[in-house]
Structures are given as C-alpha cells and as structure tokens.
Design a protein around this ligand. Structure first.
Ligand SMILES: Cc1cc2nc3c(=O)[nH]c(=O)nc-3n(C[C@H](O)[C@H](O)[C@H](O)COP(=O)(O)OP(=O)(O)OC[C@H]3O[C@@H](n4cnc5c(N)ncnc54)[C@H](O)[C@@H]3O)c2cc1C
Length: 494
C-alpha cells in the first residue's frame, strides 16, 4: 500500500471509529435556550447543535461540559459571560461552520482571538463564542520577510517566531495580548513610531464573512476589505489568518525607569511632554502613573530605542534627568524579552475598568488634570498613562486605512482595578474614579482608539472612525449586512 493510500484509509477507519461516540452524544443533546442577535430569547434545537458538533474538528462546548468554564473565561474577570455554546475552532473550516450556524439561527455571536478585550467584547451571555484560541500557528518566510499568523495567535507567539530570523512586526507591549483584536483595532507598540501600527504592516488576510464566504485579501485581491481590516475592528468577518510585513529588529536598548510620583510629578510630566514631542521615530517612551507593589505612587517610563545601538545611551540620556530616578533597568535587551517585560498573567488576577482617548499634545491643562486625578485616587490599584504614537503612524493619511486618528501623538488610558473578591461597593467606587477622571480628561482628547475605549460611551464609534465611517458602513453592508459581528466597535451596515 502506498503511504498516501494508507494514510487516507487510516483516517477513514479512525473517523468511522469516532463516529459512534459522536452519535451517542448527538442523541443526548437537548434543546438549548439561547439569545438572538436582537437580544431576545430563542431556542436552539438539539438536532441542530449536534449537526454543528459533528461538522467541527474542534470541540463544541456547552454549560456543564468539561472545559466550558475554562473556555468561557476572558482575560478581564470583570466580564463573567456564560455563552450558550463555545466553538473551539481549530481551522478555517470550523470557523465557516460556526459562522454558518450563527447566521442561520440569528444567534448572538462573539469572536474571540486572544480574549484581551478590556470591555469583554469577545464573550457573550447566551450566544455563540467563535473561539480562535486553538488557532495559534505562526509561519515565517524570512526571504519574503512575511509572517502568516493564525487568527487566535498571541503577540508573544509572533514575536518569538519572527525573532528567530532577526525579524519583527510592530505589536503591543504585553506579549499575552491577541494578534487578532490588537491588529484589527490598530496596534500601538514599542517599535510603532518607526514602523507604523500593527495594522499598517498588515499586507494580507484570509477572512470568513458573515454569509460563510471565504475571502483572500491583499493589495490586489479585495483591497477594500484589506482597507477595512486596518483599524475597522472585527466588523467584517472572522480573520483566520493575518499576513504581516516584517522588519529587521535586533536586541534593542530599553527597559523601565521609575520615579516617585510625590517628588515633582507635574514637572516630570512637563519635561516628559517636551522631550517626547521632539523624540526621534526610533524612540518609544510609554508612561504610567499609579501605585507600585508596595502601594507607593510612582511614575514608570517604558523605554525602547530601536535605532543604532551606539546612539541609544545618548538619545535616552535626558530621560534619566526627568526627575529623581529610583529604578533603572535600561540596557541592551533581546526583543522578545523586552516585549515580555510587561507580561501579565494569561488571565488577569484583577477586574479592570478602562477608559481612554487620543491626545494631540500634552498641554499644561492636561498635565494638571492628570496630576489632580492621580492625587485624588483613593483606590489601591490604578493606572493613568500614555502610549506615544506619531512618527510613522502619523505619516499615514487618515483615509488610507480605516484607522482615522492619525494626527494624535499619544493614546491615553485611565484604568481602575480591583481584586476579584472585592465587594460590589468597592468595585463601583473604583469604576467611579475612572469615570470621573475621564470626564475631566475627555475634553482634552481628540478622538478614540477602539482598543482602549469603553464601549459604554456612545461617541466611541464616531470618534474612532471619523470621516471613514461612511466607507466602513458601505463595506459592512457588503460583508455583514445583518450585523452578525456586532460585539466590537460596531459599524452599522449602510
Ligand atoms: C494587558 C493588555 C495590554 C494591552 N496593550 C496594548 C498595547 O500595547 N497596544 C495596543 O494597541 N493595545 C493594547 N491592548 C488593547 C488590545 O489591543 C485590545 O484589548 C485587543 O482587542 C486585544 O485583542 P485580543 O485578540 O486579545 O482580544 P479579544 O478579546 O479576543 O478580541 C477583541 C475584539 O477583536 C475581535 N477579534 C479578535 N480576533 C479576531 C479575529 N481573528 N477575527 C475577527 N475579529 C477578531 C473580537 O471579536 C473582539 O471584538 C492591551 C490590552 C490588554 C488587556
């Protein structure tokens, strides 16, 4: 027997051996109460669920099944969602079947990449979660300098594979974050001022749209859809594969500088604003104010210089003079280590409530407000911070990608955290601090970034997509006319 025939025959034998077990399961699945796209209750027939289960290579999980509780958990435990079903997709075919099922039943549908949505967008109560977390393959073509990344891969997977070839594409600053949500919303990170947003480096994709159709996307094929994936969030379908351009990136000079908050926060922020406004594209200096592990308020700078190593000390020297340094880990560091330096557990140990907006420049008024918000904070754990953008990100024209806010120079976030066993009143108090702080800061922002925004704010969508909205709405009508993919910074079909 030729090997190929053997393999086929072997698979057939395995499949038929596996079938009876599936059929036993099939016979026992009862009808299931669920929630429709319109938020109204509906019933999924046991027979239909069984058909979906039989069509998948991955698991289909419902409440009470082993693995369901693990699979439904999101990174942010503030969102404790209980979907009716979770399709743990292992490939594009599974995604196609799951999307077909959701569309046929008008079922509320969430798509989960890395599960890191601050606002819990990748889970739902009573609907279907199309879970891409089993799809984490990354393939590097060092000659073409491209990475093919499966829809559920995490940043750390991409960084590690690409770095084996001395390459990288811009990604966020926490390695456990999903490539999917981060890229579709934009993607701000340590080498972005030099090489652009993650979505600016997206050169292709494979997408399953709401009617189950498969699209290959590139500058030549379906370029309109490629445009929409560059910042238009998960509105147009499930991306089963991303293709990124890669750049040569070696070990970089970087690390953390920390300063006490109480010893001159205002003047430190003023100097930070002056210095970062004139910084070269190669320099990224993120800033966070909040308590350290001993409860002392500090300002931490997350520094990366991706220019020539010989210039790194000189370019970053002024940062050490911003205030009284009490922690300094700046050194030449392997890129993967730098990218992993902010790592948080795969599932956060704290509930998070986050709001954010984009900022043009850090004016004295903004700095005063930031200092006031930090001084007024009565909660144990919080962050108020800035990620610098600008540079190459700002040189892309607003109409050239769905990511509209190209004139902004900082992405600002206000985050309140609490231990998962905190009582309702303290959660509410902490959230209120973030709401109150953002209410003061919001007038000083210009636009929103969908990945760092609270979806409860009505103006997020218009402030994120700006004048690109009509084009996005037309695309939405083409690829998702019934708005199946609505758990995101949602664009309504035109
Ligand atoms: C600890 C932490 C650090 C962060 N740091 C940064 C940072 O440095 N820079 C930055 O820009 N952002 C950052 N973010 C924000 C981050 O970009 C968003 O939370 C992003 O949505 C996470 O993507 P995900 O795939 O993990 O999320 P998920 O929760 O899985 O998904 C988020 C949204 O994207 C959609 N989605 C995900 N994958 C796909 C796919 N393959 N196809 C279609 N739709 C999909 C989901 O449906 C959902 O609407 C951070 C978030 C966290 C929690």
């Amino acid at each position: 027997m030729k090997r190929r025939t053997f393999v086929t025959a072997g698979l057939a034998a395995l499949t038929s051996a596996a079938l009876p077990a599936r059929r036993v399961l099939a016979a026992t699945t009862a009808d299931l109460p669920a929630v429709g796209l319109d938020g109204k209750p509906l019933t999924l027939k046991g027979a239909d669920i069984n058909q979906l289960r039989a069509s998948l290579r991955g698991e289909l999980l419902g409440a009470g099944q082993a693995g369901y509780d693990q699979a439904r958990r999101l990174w942010n435990p503030a969102f404790d969602r209980h979907p009716a079903l979770i399709a743990r997709c292992v490939g594009a075919a599974d995604v196609k079947h799951a999307v077909g099922f959701a569309a046929a039943h008008n079922l509320l549908t969430a798509v989960r990449g890395g599960g890191h949505s601050f606002s819990g967008q990748s889970g739902c109560d009573g609907g279907l979660v199309i879970d891409l977390s089993p799809m984490r393959a990354v393939e590097i073509d060092p000659l073409a300098r491209q990475a093919r990344v499966a829809g559920g891969a995490l940043l750390g997977h991409l960084d590690r594979e690409a770095q084996a070839f001395g390459l990288a594409t811009p990604a966020g600053v926490v390695a456990d974050t999903g490539v999917g949500g981060l890229t579709l919303g934009g993607g701000i990170g340590r080498i972005g001022r030099k090489f652009g947003l993650s979505c600016d480096n997206l050169v292709g994709a494979e997408v399953i749209a709401a009617d189950g159709s498969w699209y290959r996307v590139s500058a030549r094929e379906n370029p309109d859809l490629l445009w929409g994936l560059k910042g238009g969030a998960g509105n147009f379908g499930v991306v089963t594969e991303f293709v990124f351009a890669l750049h040569e990136v070696g070990p970089l000079y970087g690390g953390t500088l920390s300063f006490p908050f109480d010893a001159g926060a205002r003047s430190l922020l003023e100097r930070y604003a002056d210095f970062t406004a004139g910084a070269p594209d190669e320099l990224y200096v993120g800033l966070d104010a909040g308590p350290d592990e001993h409860g002392q308020r500090v300002i931490e700078l997350d520094v990366t210089y991706c220019g020539a190593a010989k210039d790194a000390e000189r370019v970053t020297a002024p940062l050490r003079k911003l205030g009284k340094v009490h922690g300094d880990s700046l050194a030449m560091t392997p890129y993967v280590e730098l990218q992993g330096s902010d790592d948080m557990p795969g599932m956060s140990q704290h509930g998070w409530y986050l709001k954010g907006g984009l900022v043009g420049s850090m004016t004295p008024g903004l700095i005063d407000t930031v200092v006031g918000c930090v001084e007024n904070a009565k909660l144990d754990i919080f962050y108020l911070g800035f990620q610098p953008i600008g540079g190459a990100i700002g040189r892309v024209k607003p109409h050239d990608t769905a990511f509209w806010n190209r004139a902004a120079n900082y992405s600002m976030h206000v985050a309140a955290l609490w231990k998962t066993d905190a009582d309702h009143d303290s959660v509410e108090r902490n959230e209120q601090w973030a709401r109150d702080s953002f209410q003061k800061l919001e007038p000083l922002t210009r636009g929103r970034y969908v990945n760092i925004a609270s979806m409860e704010d009505r103006n997020v969508v218009s402030a994120a997509y700006g004048d690109n909205y009509p084009r996005l709405a037309a695309l939405k009508r083409q690829y998702d006319p019934n708005n199946l993919f609505r758990l995101n910074a949602n664009v309504k079909p035109a």
